[in-house]
Design a protein around this ligand. Sequence first.
Ligand SMILES: [Zn+2]
Length: 54
Amino acid sequence: MVEEIADNAPRSYRCNRCGHIFAIKAGSDNTCPVCGFNCDLHFCKILEASDEGY
Ligand SMILES: [Zn+2]
């Protein structure tokens, strides 16, 4: 079963190592583009975008 982010709201990981914030890609590895840390639910904090201006 493939985990999928069904919400339209974009979510981001905040890298536990360097603090860089990057968008979560469903169905793929989420490696920090800055330091290469492999983020997952256990290591990195998920930030839910609250910027809903519609
Ligand atoms: Zn990082």
